[in-house]
Design a binder for this molecule. Structure first.
Ligand code: C2E
Ligand code: CA
Ligand code: CA
Length: 277
């Protein structure tokens, strides 16, 4: 039968992929417009490497579609980023996460980290969105941190650099996400108003296989500290990795070893349980 031909098979697969992407885009738009209960924010703990105490939470979006089931952000975020849909997604996460965290007195000292895509940064109203959200939710800008990937900053033109400075001037922190995976620009760091550098999971993974990865990470931490920048190691899964990143003086750590992303209520209950006498 003709449909068994490799080319036809390929074409069919390709068509199915396109259809799924289209469907996801439509359904995501529908969810944002008419049924936001499909969208839920989970929070992953970021802890201090020396005391193990909770310092920050990263907001990570979860999407549970009634028919399609749970769709991973790695699938729908890149799709949303190809259109202006990411703007709606980002605004939703910012408003919801700020409202949830600001309404939780137990988290008053905890920093909230939110991912921001390039298209959001450059939409012309991002700064206003940040100030308005902080005002409306009671979120303290000094407890807010935007995670921006290195690749989202390229190319870094004067307009974007100015925006970053204006964001920083509001008191909001900026962290350089997935650091060490792209065309890493330790040399460009001095230009950027970043408070935090997040060493990518791939970097942490390499620690076990390559002794040089540890040396490089130690060097990055030293340079960051010299500039007053703190370092988070992300994707820490094992006790061994946890020991290594602490040994090279990473300030903070995030990963399954410390806790998976989960609803805010669970984080608060656990915190209450662990601080109980
Ligand atoms: P990211 O910003 O690098 O987030 C970290 C990802 O690593 C999360 O995946 C998290 O669940 C996962 N992770 C954390 N610890 C570990 C670990 O120890 N091992 C492993 N294997 N994975 C770990 P998630 O939640 O699936 O998100 C994937 C990506 O989607 C994020 O990568 C981020 O780029 C994007 N994303 C998620 N939520 C948002 C959002 O609200 N806005 C934007 N713009 N992007 C988002
Ligand atoms: Ca992130
Ligand atoms: Ca990351």
């Amino acid at each position: 039968k003709a449909s068994r031909e490799p080319y036809v098979q390929f074409r069919t697969q390709h068509r199915e992929e396109l259809q799924r992407r289209q469907r996801i885009e439509e359904e995501l738009r529908r969810a944002l417009d008419t049924d936001r209960s499909q969208l839920e924010i989970h929070y992953q703990p970021i802890v201090s490497t020396d005391s193990g105490t909770l310092v920050a939470l990263e907001a990570l979006l979860r999407w549970n579609h009634p028919d399609l089931g749970s769709i991973p952000p790695a699938e729908f975020i890149p799709l949303a980023e190809q259109s202006t849909l990411i703007d709606k997604v980002g605004a939703h996460v910012l408003a919801t996460a700020c409202a949830e965290v600001a309404a939780t007195p137990e988290l008053a000292q905890i920093m909230l980290c939110i991912n921001a895509s390039r298209r959001e940064l450059t939409n012309g109203e991002f700064l206003h969105r940040l100030t308005a959200t902080c005002e409306q939710t009671g979120m303290n800008p000094r407890s807010l941190c935007l995670e921006i990937t290195e690749s989202a900053l390229a190319p870094l033109d004067g307009g974007l650099l100015n925006l970053l400075r204006e964001i920083r001037a509001l008191g909001i922190h900026i962290s350089l996400d997935d650091f060490g995976t792209g065309a890493s620009s330790l040399s460009e760091l001095y230009r950027l108003p970043v408070s935090i550098l997040k060493a990518a999971r791939a970097f942490v993974d390499a620690l076990e296989e390559r002794p040089s990865a540890r040396t490089i990470l130690a060097g990055i931490v030293d340079v960051a500290h010299a500039m007053g920048v703190r370092v988070i190691a992300e994707g820490v899964e094992t006790a061994e990795q946890a020991a290594t990143i602490a040994a090279v003086r990473c300030d903070l750590a995030q990963g399954y070893h410390y806790g998976r992303p989960k609803p805010l209520a669970e984080i608060v209950t656990e915190g209450a349980a662990s601080s109980a006498p």
